[in-house]
Design a protein around this ligand. Structure first.
Ligand SMILES: Cc1ncc(COP(=O)(O)O)c(C=O)c1O
Length: 257
């Protein structure tokens, strides 16, 4: 990250992928040293913690998503948290056509308002969040225990200094190529188990970014390898221990072949 910082850099945007917080201490230190802002992508990390602090309380701005599949949902929508009062005012203004007060536009803005109906759903969902998180956590712990004997499979790790929000429970097939991983997922799905591959094509290989003409060097080999080897298993709040037993037994059979 440090090597990528130039005089044109303004912010670092760490992504708390799958709901596991990124290593925020070193990211914050780097940002301070280089005079950069930190904007956290916590779309998947509502309820996660870093060094005992909730994600959303660490940086200038943290963005959450309430899209349908997230830990809580308002159908569509999201939230930005900040401890900076001035930034909060600016964001409120940009949300409503750049208005500083009604019908008084002082900056470029957009219509980014959340509907009242979505907000009402969000408030009800927030109350349910602790229960949702607990069930996700319990499911993740249970399936990790059930899969611990499978040598071909790496299960996700929750470092001691962080609390995972378990939006996605993503495992990695050791040494696999994409063909093998896809066939494992296909066989799980054939047994009605909702295994999924997220982010089959990493950002730097997406057609849009390739078209931008960013010189492509093969320097993200680990990203490309991970994209070929990972897949996710269901741990959402409606999944039961019986379901997870079935996932474990089926996966064990598939990997034994
Ligand atoms: C890591 C991550 N960032 C950003 C987003 C975008 O959120 P939204 O769809 O609410 O704009 C999502 C999910 O959709 C996500 O998973």
């Amino acid at each position: 990250m440090e090597r990528k910082i130039t005089s044109r850099s303004t912010a670092i945007v760490p992504v708390h992928l799958y709901g596991l917080p990124a290593e925020m201490s070193s990211i914050s230190r780097l940002a301070r040293e280089h005079g950069l802002n930190v904007i956290e992508d916590a779309a998947q990390a509502l309820g996660a913690e870093y060094l005992g602090k909730r994600i959303g309380s660490l940086s200038e701005a943290t963005c959450f998503s309430f899209y349908g599949v997230k830990n809580i949902t308002t159908g569509e929508g999201g939230m930005i948290t900040t401890n900076d009062g001035e930034l909060a005012e600016r964001l409120r203004s940009v949300r409503v056509h750049g208005e500083e007060r009604p019908y008084w536009a002082t900056r470029l803005g957009h219509n980014y308002r959340m509907t009242e109906i979505s907000a009402a759903i969000g408030i009800a969902q927030l109350r349910k969040l602790p229960g949702f998180l607990e069930r996700r956590r319990r499911n993740a712990r249970y399936i990790s225990g059930r899969l611990s004997g499978l040598r071909k499979l790496e299960t996700p790790v929750e470092p001691k200094d962080r609390k995972h929000a378990w939006h996605l429970y993503t495992v990695r097939l050791r040494g696999a190529n994409a063909g093998k991983r896809n066939s494992v997922v296909k066989r799980l799905r054939a047994k009605n188990i909702e295994a999924s591959v997220y982010y089959e094509t990493p950002v730097h290989l997406q057609p849009f970014y390739r078209r931008l003409g960013i010189p492509y060097r093969r320097d993200l080999l680990e990203t490309e390898r991970a994209a070929r080897q990972v897949f996710s298993l269901p741990v959402h709040p409606s999944v039961t221990e019986d379901d997870l037993d079935e996932v474990a037994v089926t996966l064990e059979k598939i990997l034994a072949k």
